[in-house]
Design a protein around this ligand. Structure first.
Ligand code: COA
Length: 390
C-alpha cells in the first residue's frame, strides 16, 4: 500500500472579500457568490511566491525521520520563479532535507502536482521504505477587472507519500487523457494567464465525461462504489458542472451522497480561490476536514485532476483506518479565520507590485501583511533569497 501519509495546505494571510470586490466593480455580488460560487480570494504579497508557499505548506508535516527518508521532492507549478532552477531545489534546502535526495519541478498547468503524485507512487514502489514529498504551489493571476479576476487565488499543498500511508491509500488503476488545446495558457512574456473561459469549461466537462467512461470500463466501477469525488476546482461550481450530467441516471440516494460530499469538498476553495496545481488536494482536505461522519475507512474516493492545455486524470484511493486522527483540521481552520481582509486599495496596490529586475541588492518587506514562516526576503543580484521567521 502506497499513498498520502500526511497532507497540509498553506495560503497567504491576506484576502479580498468578493462581495466587496463585486460592489466595487459594479457587479451583482450574487454572480460571484452564487453564479461562480466564490466568497473570498487569497491575495499574496510580493514576499510570497511558489517557493515560500510550498515550504510553508510542507514544513509543519515533516519530522526528523521524514527529512532523512525523503529521496524525491517534486513541485508541480505553472507559476515557477525561474526558467531553469527548480522551485524544488530551493524548498529542499529551506526544509533541510538530506543532501542525497533529488528535487525537480513539473509543469502541465493545474495537473503538475498529480504528475508528481503518480511519480512518487512509482518511486516508492521501486524504493520500499523511502518517502517522497509532493508539492503543488501557485499564484493564479488573470488581471484586475478581467472576467477571470474573481477566480484568482494563491496557495500551496504538500503531501508526504509513503508505504503504509495513514490517510489515503492509492489504487493502481487510473485513466489519463491528453489533447493539445488553447483553453488556458500563459506565454513566457506574460505574468497573467489568458483564458477562454467558456471553452475551458467545455473542455473540462468533456475530459471528465470521456475519462469517466473509459475509467468505468477499465475498473468496472460505477458511482455507487464511491463515497465521494474530489475535483480540481478553478471555482467551486466547476466540478459540479462536470458531475451533474453523469449523475443523471443514478438513483436519488447516490446523487444526494455524491453531491453532499462534493459540497463539503468545496469549502476551502470558496474561501481561497484557485490555487492551480494544489486545487484538487485542497478539495480533498476540505472534504476530510469537514464533519463528514458518513466517511469511514475503506471508502473509495475518486479524484479528478485537470490541467488546461490539456491533460486530465481520474484516479482513486481508499481511506485508511484512523485517517481522521492524522489531519490538520484545527490548524487549517484557524489559518483561514485569522487572515487579514484587504481593502480594495490595498488589494490593487499589492496586485500591481512587481519584483525588482535591476542589478543590486533589493531587500523586500511586507511586515504589515505577511507574517508567514518562510518568505522572500530579498533579491540580490538576480538571486532570490528566503528567510525563516524565528
Ligand atoms: N446571480 C446569480 N448568478 C449569476 C448572476 C447573478 N446576478 N450573474 C451571472 N450569474 C451566473 C451565470 O448564469 C453563470 O452561471 P452558469 O455557469 O451556471 O451558467 C455564472 O454566474 C458565470 O457567469 P458568466 O456570465 O459565464 O461569467 P463570466 O463570463 O464572467 O465568466 C468564468 C466566468 C468562470 C468563465 C471566468 O471567470 C473565467 O474564465 N475564469 C477562469 C476559469 C479557469 O480558470 N479555467 C481554466 C482552468 S480549468
Amino acid at each position: 500500500m502506497i499513498g498520502i501519509d500526511k497532507i497540509n495546505f498553506f495560503t497567504p494571510n491576506t484576502y479580498i472579500d468578493l462581495v466587496t470586490l463585486a460592489k466595487h466593480r459594479g457587479i451583482d455580488p450574487d454572480k460571484f457568490t452564487i453564479g461562480i460560487g466564490q466568497a473570498k480570494m487569497a491575495v499574496p504579497t510580493i514576499t510570497q511566491d511558489t517557493v515560500s508557499m510550498g515550504a510553508n505548506a510542507a514544513f509543519p508535516i515533516l519530522d526528523k525521520e521524514d527529512l532523512n527518508k525523503i529521496d524525491l521532492v517534486v513541485v508541480g507549478t505553472e507559476t515557477g520563479i525561474d526558467e531553469s532552477k527548480s522551485a524544488a531545489s530551493f524548498i529542499h534546502q529551506l526544509l533541510n532535507i538530506h543532501p542525497f535526495a533529488k528535487a525537480i519541478e513539473i509543469k502541465q498547468a493545474c495537473y503538475g502536482a498529480t504528475a508528481g503524485l503518480m511519480m512518487a507512487q512509482d518511486f516508492i514502489k521501486a524504493h520500499p521504505g523511502r518517502k517522497a514529498l509532493v508539492i503543488g504551489s501557485d499564484i493564479s493571476r488573470y488581471g484586475l477587472k478581467t472576467s477571470g479576476e474573481v477566480t484568482q487565488g494563491a496557495g500551496a499543498i504538500a503531501m508526504l507519500v509513503s508505504e503504509n500511508p495513514r490517510i489515503l491509500a492509492l489504487e493502481d488503476t487510473s485513466v489519463s487523457m491528453t489533447e493539445s488545446i488553447f483553453d488556458f495558457w500563459r506565454p513566457n512574456y506574460s505574468d497573467t494567464a489568458i483564458v477562454d473561459g467558456k471553452f475551458s469549461n467545455e473542455a473540462y466537462i468533456n475530459f471528465f465525461k470521456t475519462i469517466w467512461h473509459e475509467f468505468s470500463k477499465q475498473t468496472e466501477l460505477s458511482f455507487e462504489d464511491f463515497k465521494a469525488f474530489c475535483f480540481h476546482l478553478p471555482y467551486t461550481k466547476m466540478g459540479k458542472k462536470a458531475l451533474l450530467p453523469l449523475l443523471e441516471n443514478e438513483s436519488d440516494e447516490i446523487k444526494e451522497l455524491i453531491l453532499h460530499h462534493y459540497n463539503l469538498s468545496t469549502t476551502y476553495t470558496r474561501d481561497i480561490g484557485n490555487i492551480y496545481t494544489g486545487s484538487l488536494y485542497l478539495s480533498l482536505m476540505s472534504l476530510l476536514d469537514s464533519d463528514a461522519h458518513s466517511l469511514k475507512d475503506n471508502d473509495l474516493i475518486g479524484l479528478f485532476s485537470y490541467g488546461s492545455g490539456a491533460v486530465g486524470e481520474l484516479f482513486y484511493g481508499r481511506l485508511v483506518k484512523g485517517f481522521e486522527n492524522h489531519l490538520l483540521k484545527k490548524e487549517h481552520q484557524t489559518s483561514l479565520e485569522n487572515r487579514y481582509a484587504l481593502s480594495i486599495d490595498e488589494y490593487e496596490t499589492i496586485f500591481n507590485k512587481v519584483l525588482p529586475k535591476e542589478d543590486g541588492i533589493h531587500p523586500l518587506s511586507e511586515a504589515k501583511f505577511d507574517n508567514s514562516l518562510f518568505y522572500l526576503s530579498s533579491i540580490t543580484n538576480h538571486q532570490r533569497h528566503y528567510s525563516k521567521r524565528q
